[in-house]
Ligand binder design. Structure first.
Ligand code: ATP
Ligand code: MG
Length: 643
């Protein structure tokens, strides 16, 4: 396996140098309240907080900056007006590269937010109300979130690719009486009937949350049906009259966001205002090392936490200029990302391993035919990035000159938790790196015994941090059960992890996915990374299945690079390959070639479904509502190797 260390190029004005990191990290651990109250000054407060963190993991109760009051829309927009009203805030890049984009200064963003906020207010939205946002990746998706924050309403963004059923259950779960949507969305040249989907969701037989108002943004101009007295066009209600920011308590809810559903039924994670604001502001500042005048681009959708923290709150609170991209990496061809990078002179790119692997599969030409000269820093988030994909991202995309930050975090953590800092740390391909300020990771064995030094175990966090989720909406018990009951007094992430002798953390995958072969515990990420190293393999997912002799056998699902086909020879070659890369213990027992892997809509592999198929128990696949391509499951069952 590749374990080389790459020295990142230090930026001349880098935010954090190695000595500074060590000193700041020490302070953040020894005097967390003082440290975070100081970081809280990154925000404007109506009333500055004097209280730091007041929290307990047993019983579970978490608060930060409790006596402070603020508004995050003010922090993301209004406060930039005095000095930076003419700075570009958003650069909108439409799905169709030939369509005209749009770019908004902070002054123009402010006006758009006022229009949206006044429209929501006209429908009756007020402080504390839940508002479901079901939007394409357009400017109004961002302004809808900010407008809710302005009014003190709690946004619940549902990814625009979700079905009416998935949307209905999320509206129901948080009892949301308002919806913001668009006539249609556009993704990869295809139209997505958003308004019609909301209508279908509300017509679901078991849906009984009454909707008081639905605000519709005209985007494609498609014919849609409007229900009198319930549905309103944004343009009919919007005015740019003044609309003051509500004074919110630090612990007032900011948003609810449902997790990806990789491991089961999605959880409605609740974040509050002050702590989340400080966390996204500070992490964006230090980790993305943003310099004034630079262009930042996070390719996530606002439907995921990455879009919340690093498209909306983090960058805008920091007054950054950023790209908002409506499309997909493969349209009109696999060079789209690099076209966008060149067109808008993107300096910092933040994307996901699933996109990197998909682009890598198509060959280097799509990349090398574009300049990419503006790129300075590359980021990854969402899954472990295989060393092979890391290398490609570093060598081909970044031409060896851009540091990579591999940021480990979760919907529940609010923002990045483990990552190297550009300029401050060496990088190791496949390792997320070191804890961010204030984060105290701990590895424990299955009995909860603490593991010191270089070790592998279950990843917990022992102390609260400002960006931590406060509860699961309407189900505090589930919050306590899911995160704080496995190892008493600790936040359990659900992820397995290795710590090396340098203190670097290597996420090995979900703990549920660990396989035990003849008494040897193995993370799925390791076997997958070995497979992906093979020149013909594009992507792989590995799961365990019951095996008479070994306890568990290793079952590998493999997709091949464009133009390659599976064969018995390749199968034998792959078995030998993994054996050579990791050792005989990791030799795959069964390999299934497939044209795709089941993924959540955010691009994460759903191993729990693959496990069921490998176990030959595909009658009960569990919650599949967040699956991107349900038809794939039939084909996977058809081609199963354990019969
Ligand atoms: P659910 O909780 O519903 O199963 P989910 O865990 O996929 O869904 P998210 O909060 O979007 O929902 O994903 C967080 C998880 O993604 C982490 O727990 C981890 O497994 C994985 N992850 C995110 N970033 C990284 C990274 N840089 N390296 C390794 N794993 C990562
Ligand atoms: Mg999770």
């Amino acid at each position: 396996m590749i374990h080389a260390v790459q020295r990142p190029q230090a930026h001349t004005e880098t935010h954090c140098l190695p000595e500074q990191y060590a000193e700041m990290y020490r302070r953040s651990i020894e005097t967390p309240d003082a440290f975070w109250l100081e970081q809280a000054q990154r925000l404007d407060w109506f009333k500055a907080p004097a209280q730091g963190g007041e929290w307990s993991y047993d019983p579970v109760g978490i608060s930060w900056f409790e006596d402070g009051t603020l508004n995050l829309c003010h922090n993301a927009v209004d406060r930039h007006l005095a000095t930076n009203a003419n700075r570009t805030a958003l650069i909108f890049e439409p799905d169709d590269p030939a369509a005209s984009g749009r770019s908004l200064t902070y002054g123009e963003l402010h006006r758009e937010v006022l229009r949206m906020a006044n429209a929501l207010k006209a429908m009756g939205v007020k402080k504390g109300d839940r508002v479901t946002i079901y939007m394409p990746m357009i400017v109004e998706g961002v302004t809808a979130m900010l407008a809710c924050a302005r009014l003190g309403a709690v946004h619940s963004v549902v990814f625009g690719g979700f079905s009416p059923e998935a949307l209905a259950s999320r509206i129901e779960d948080c009892d949301s009486r308002f919806v913001v949507t668009a006539d249609e969305g556009l993704r990869g040249g295809k139209r997505v009937p958003l308004k019609a989907n909301v209508d279908a969701a509300l017509a679901e037989p078991d849906h009984d949350t009454p909707i008081d108002g639905m605000l519709v943004v005209r985007h494609t101009g498609a014919e849609i049906s409007m229900t009198e007295g319930r549905d309103y066009w944004l343009d009919d209600l919007a005015t740019d009259a003044d609309c003051p920011c509500e004074e919110m308590a630090a612990e007032d809810p900011l948003f609810i966001l449902y997790t990806s559903g990789s491991t089961g039924k999605p959880k409605g994670v609740l974040h509050t205002t002050g702590g989340y604001g400080v966390w996204t502001a500070a992490t964006f500042h230090y980790i993305f090392d943003y310099q004034p005048g630079e262009v930042f681009w996070c390719t996530a959708d606002i439907g995921w936490v990455t879009g919340h923290s690093y498209i909306v709150y983090g960058p805008l609170i920091n007054g950054a200029t950023e790209v908002v991209f409506e499309g997909v990496p493969s349209f009109p061809d696999h060079g789209r990302f690099w076209d966008v990078v060149d067109k808008h002179k993107v300096n910092i790119l933040y994307t996901a391993p699933t996109a990197i692997r998909a682009l890598m599969r198509e060959g280097d030409d799509y990349v090398t035919t574009r300049s990419r000269a503006s790129l300075r820093l590359l980021g990854s988030v969402g899954e472990p990035i295989n060393p092979e994909a890391w290398r490609w991202y570093f060598d081909v995309v970044g031409e060896g000159r851009c540091p990579i930050i591999d940021t480990w975090w979760q919907t529940e953590t609010g923002g990045c938790m483990i990552t190297t800092l550009p300029g401050a740390h060496d990088m190791k391909p496949g390792s997320a790196g070191l804890p961010f300020f204030g984060i105290r990771p701990q590895l424990v064995d299955n009995e909860g015994g603490v593991l010191d030094g270089a070790a592998e175990g279950n990843l917990c966090i022992t102390h609260s941090w400002p960006g931590q989720a406060r509860t699961v909406y309407g189900d505090h018990d589930r919050f306590v059960q899911t995160y704080f009951s496995t190892y008493a007094g600790k936040y359990f992430t659900g992820d397995g992890c290795k710590r090396d002798k340098d203190g670097y953390y290597w996420i090995t995958g979900r703990v549920d996915d660990v396989i035990n072969v003849s008494g040897h515990r193995m993370g799925t990420a390791e076997v997958e990374s070995a497979l992906v190293l093979h020149p013909k393999v594009a992507e792989s997912a590995v799961v365990g299945y019951p095996h008479d002799l070994k306890g568990q056998g290793i079952y590998c699902y493999v997709t091949l690079n464009a133009g390659e086909a599976g064969s018995p020879e390749l199968l034998a070659e792959l078995r030998a390959w993994v054996r050579k890369e990791i050792g005989p213990i990791a030799t795959p027992d069964l390999i299934q070639f497939t044209d795709g892997l089941p993924k959540t809509r955010s691009g994460k592999i759903m191993r729990r479904i693959l496990r069921k198929i490998a176990e030959n128990e595909f009658g009960s696949l569990g919650d599949t509502s967040t699956l991107a391509d349900p038809s794939l499951v039939e084909r996977l069952i058809e081609g199963r190797q354990n019969r």
